[in-house]
Design a protein around this ligand. Structure first.
Ligand code: SF4
Length: 364
């Protein structure tokens, strides 16, 4: 969304730019020149596209917005997870997280740098472990606002991103069209050229949209925020489970796996006394084995205003060993962002509340 009411040039795919140029009686090769300026040379405006005729640059500027984010805060250092808080054109705040190489991350191998992008301002889904839902839902991001998170983080950090996870603020599959469009631009050879197997979309469990994604000609990966292996446990953590219960969700995962022939990930945040019982581990292993899913265990990260805590290290390891005992591929992640409020939505919430004049306590 741009405050000017113009469509952002970063939300268009190459064919759409070509079609627009045809309406202007411009040659098709100009489209490739334009995307080169956007995604290879990363210019800051149409006036820098020096091999385009001046008249065309002016027409493009009249027709399209060229969004730029304001970087409000950066937390973290070169060797750690870094969190970026951006202000959008309409004043809304969003977060992106840059995560250093980690073999346990989705699609990541030893030296890949991962960005976790936001897809909405706020979130309507209210998962109980997450700060993004605490302030409600404002609006969807458009494709350009998703793509520009990569451009802005690369510019601010000086580092090249080669792995993308859609796990920041918002439910990606509730913003389906913009997310799919952003993936196309991120994946395209003329765009950001990040391989589809290094792009992972995470969902809280929107079963119909999982089926819709399965029918898209994309090879990106899918992660399910599961967090409970039975309905009674999942109901306590994920309100969406009351709409699409485990049976419905797992049936959608079956459909996705049958269409894509690729591994699904289950995310499972370990919360003391809520979902860390051994029985849950055995049932989780059963679901994962049936689907051939890989499990990422994530110790709970403290959220201001919530009383939950993470299980002891021994209990975490025991949960992991039960999964592995069932021959499930599983990892236990050390939460890299624990010190800098990297849990979804926390930095935005703190900044928004302090800008609103609300005094808040520091998050551990
Ligand atoms: S985990 Fe995702 S879907 Fe759930 S409330 Fe947070 S942002 Fe929304």
């Amino acid at each position: 969304m741009q405050t000017t009411g113009k469509r952002s040039i970063h939300s268009l795919v190459l064919d759409e730019i070509t079609d627009y140029l045809a309406t202007q009686n411009e040659r098709p090769y100009r489209a490739k020149q334009i995307v080169d300026w956007l995604y290879q040379r990363r210019v800051g405006g149409f006036n820098e596209m020096s091999d385009l005729p001046q008249a065309l640059r002016e027409r493009l500027a009249q027709e399209f917005a060229f969004g730029n984010f304001e970087t409000v805060r950066v937390l973290g250092s070169q060797d750690t997870t870094r969190k970026f808080l951006f202000r959008l054109g309409d004043g809304n705040l969003i977060e992106s997280v840059l995560i250093p190489a980690s073999p346990s991350l989705y699609g990541s191998t030893s030296d890949r740098r991962t960005i976790c992008v936001s897809t909405q301002v706020g979130c309507a889904y209210g998962c109980k472990f997450c700060a993004s839902g605490l302030d409600g839902f404002s609006r969807n991001l458009d494709a350009s606002e998703i793509v520009q998170q990569l451009l802005a983080v690369e510019k601010a950090s000086g580092e090249r991103i080669d792995n993308v996870v859609f796990m920041g603020m918002g439910e990606p599959l509730a913003n389906f069209a913009n997310v799919v469009r952003a993936i196309r631009i991120i994946n395209a050879p003329w765009g950001l050229e990040i391989g589809a197997r290094h792009i992972t979309v995470s969902t809280s469990g929107l079963a119909p949209q999982i089926r819709k994604l399965a029918d898209e000609p994309l090879q990106s990966r899918l992660a399910i925020s599961l967090h409970g292996a039975t309905d009674d446990v999942r109901d306590k953590i994920m309100p969406i489970n009351r709409k699409y219960n485990l049976t419905t969700l797992l049936a959608a995962c079956d459909y996705y796996a049958s269409r894509k022939k690729q591994r699904i990930y289950f995310e499972y945040i370990l919360i003391a006394g809520i979902n860390d019982a051994e029985e849950q581990a055995h049932l989780l292993a059963h679901h994962a084995r049936r689907l051939g899913a890989r499990v990422n265990l994530i110790p709970y990260n403290t959220v201001e205003g919530l009383e939950w805590s993470r299980p002891s290290r021994e209990k975490q390891e025991r949960f992991l060993s039960i999964l592995r005992g069932h021959q499930v591929v599983a990892t236990l992640r050390r939460e890299k962002g624990h010190d800098i409020d990297a849990a979804c939505g926390q930095l935005r919430l703190q900044t928004k509340r302090s800008e609103d004049g609300v005094i808040i306590a520091a998050v551990s």
